[in-house]
Design a protein around this ligand. Structure first.
Ligand code: NZQ
Ligand code: MN
Length: 385
């Protein structure tokens, strides 16, 4: 076995840790671009609070609030242009995975002279310093180097990440997450589950990431459903925020698998679909495929143990199959039962989606425990339709 594990992000976790944003930001710049979505951070008052906190420490900020869920390269290029015009020296991502991912891509594009899409192939020379202030517990983008963006002309939605894209510091304040509605809590929380499931069972899984996954599974068992049903439950919100970060660190080194490889083209071609809802539609067929792999089966059995559903004398294989039942129950408890068709995917796009998994997310296909080609991927999509 050999592996690398690296993460340079300074994490500040705690209720009301938002108040430290000014002191933290001051270390990196005085002219900040705050990158956020269209409404949630305005409605909850967090955006206004942040602007004031920064001002109190002498930091001027301007706000770019045109980031949509499943962000596009046009939004990112527009923000990078603004950052250059305004001589921005610091990018602050505020929101869910979409604004956070965008903040990293903007930080890269604002340093260079080419459209952000070109950085998929060309290594950037550097990036402006990035600070993340996360509002969902989901993607793990707050602590990792990845950014995911959609090319609206083609529907392609690749993930990319360079070392210069790690946030310098991440503020994880569970109070900010209390305003998430149930559906956002469910879809983003399910994303955490799939991150740890795929990192734990992937070909490049490693013992450090595994230990993060095991802790995240335990936190999910404890608090996922409570966070969905009791938005203000700060213990549940805190547990989910920590699980999100652990999962984000895990996928940074151990990667994701076929569920993510197929979901990106789903929400790339149908941008109204929430990433976590797409994952939910794809998970059962994917687990039924991956359980055929012996090593994966052993890991599934371990996860089933963490979820504690051991009744009577069960073989490892029984336990692994139990996990699929556990996942079905979680999906039903949090209300994520929609198949791809129910989410608005049209059947004639399935072939395009299966092809794009290999062209835009091949690293995830390769990390999947079971080797599969386009034919098997298409079957999987049809089973999830
Ligand atoms: O857009 P606004 O107005 O901000 O509202 C958002 C959006 O409608 C809302 N929201 C966020 N925080 C809230 C809130 N509403 C109330 N209270 C809050 N505290 O929720 C909606 C979804 O937000 P979004 O940022 O799109 O969700 P998420 O965090 O799931 O991010 C999804 C994006 O991240 C990518 C996905 O593909 C997708 O593009 N991913 C990034 C990864 C990474 N960087 O490692 C890995 C993931 O696998 C994933 O691919
Ligand atoms: Mn994900």
């Amino acid at each position: 076995m050999s592996f690398d594990f690296f993460n340079p992000v300074k994490i500040h976790f705690g209720t009301d840790s938002l108040k430290d944003a000014g002191k933290i930001a001051k270390k990196y710049g005085t002219h900040a671009l705050i990158v956020t979505g269209k409404s949630s951070m305005q409605k909850s008052g967090v955006l206004d609070k942040l602007v004031k906190i920064l001002k109190d420490e002498g930091i001027n900020s301007i706000v770019f609030s045109d980031i949509t869920p499943n962000p596009t390269i046009d939004e990112i290029d527009a923000a990078a242009k603004l950052a250059k015009e305004k001589n921005i020296d610091l990018i602050i991502g505020l929101g869910g995975g979409s604004p956070l991912d965008s903040s990293k891509a903007i930080a890269v594009a604002a340093k260079g002279n080419i459209p952000v899409w070109d950085y998929l192939k060309i290594q950037p020379k550097g990036a402006l310093p990035i600070i993340t202030i996360v509002s969902t517990s989901g993607t793990g983008s707050e602590v990792n180097r990845f950014s995911v963006m959609t090319n609206t002309k083609t529907g392609e939605k690749p993930g990319f990440g360079y070392e210069c894209m790690y946030p310098k510091e991440a503020i994880i304040d569970p109070v900010i997450m209390q305003s998430m509605p149930k559906y956002v809590t469910a879809t983003t929380g399910f994303d955490v589950f799939v991150h740890v499931l795929e990192a734990y069972t992937g070909k490049i899984s490693n013992p450090i990431a595994d230990s993060y996954c095991e802790k995240a599974f335990a936190l999910l068992r404890e608090s996922f459903i409570a966070a969905c049903n009791e938005p203000e439950n700060i213990k549940a919100r805190s547990d989910m925020a920590i699980a999100s970060a652990l999962a984000g660190l895990a996928i940074d080194s151990a990667g994701v698998g076929i569920i993510h490889a197929l979901e990106h083209p789903v929400s790339g071609n149908f941008p109204n679909i929430a990433h976590g809802a797409g994952l939910a539609a794809l998970i059962i067929a994917s687990m039924e495929l991956n359980i055929k792999d012996k090593t994966c089966r052993e890991k599934y059995a371990k996860v089933a143990h963490i979820f504690g559903n051991i009744k009577g004398n069960k073989t490892e294989e029984d336990m692994a199959y139990e996990l699929i039942e556990t996942v079905k129950k979680i999906l039903s408890d949090v209300g994520l039962n929609a198949k791809l068709k129910d989410l608005g995917v049209s059947e004639d796009k399935l072939e395009k989606i299966s092809k794009e998994a290999f062209t835009t997310m091949n690293f995830a296909v390769l990390n999947n425990p079971v080797v599969l080609g386009e034919k098997e991927a298409l079957e999987l999509l049809k089973d999830s339709f």
